[in-house]
Design a protein around this ligand. Sequence first.
Ligand SMILES: [Zn+2]
Length: 282
Amino acid sequence: MRTAYAATSSKLRILGFHGVEDLERFGVLIDAICDRYQPVGESEVAAALIDGVPLPAHAVWITFDDGLASTFEAGPLLAARHVSATAFVCPRVLDDGGWLWFQAAQAALDRDELIDVDGTPLTLQQLKGMDDVSRRRVHDRIAESLEAQGVESPTPVTTVTLGEWLDMGHTIGNHTWDHPCLDKCSPSSQVDQMRRAHRALAERGFRPRFFAYPNGNWTPEAAAEAEALGYVGSLLFDHRLSSVSGDPHRISRLRIDSDATLDRTLSILSGAHSAAFQVVAR
Ligand SMILES: [Zn+2]
């Protein structure tokens, strides 16, 4: 592990979290990360990508996807440790609330409800693999059923909360309007998803500079649109250490849970876990 640590000091690690389940435990995790790695924020990564400004050795960038309420509760904890994090949000549920499709599907599955097409049951993974138009039809049915049963959708995050997040030194990125898997969308709907999210954030005074592909699913159309919108970079979810010298709209990221054990976290950060993951994935 020590050898991997030294050998990969010039690599950037981008950690991709979602929600933060247990703040205290997450604080311990962030402390352990800060002991061994050098936190960098969006602006340093952007400077490295645009102007080739070198990143410090053992650089780590903390990111969160989906804009969950619990993510923003971790803002003060990160700021107190001088960590500038980036949250990738879907404006569809900003202020108004409601379900992102995978949250509704999970809520239905948790209630032992059958998600099906013509009687064939579907898993979350199978939903991700459906073409987007069909997947939306299934989602509408699920959301309707949850509403009829009075199941509450997740706590909405507001523009005010995002403003407070920025005031703490963190940043906001684009994660599409409502989180479809872009490789299952038509080219025009991919562009629409990204532009609509960009506009909604800009109207609220935010200036997103990075994009994160929902589920990490890269497409050439989305990469081109990120470039057209003036984004500095776009993030995958491929569980690899990152580099700032390759394609800026295909930047690797390590997936991690906020309640991961210390051993697992350090293994993921070392790159050893990443190499093992790639072998398994092959
Ligand atoms: Zn996501």
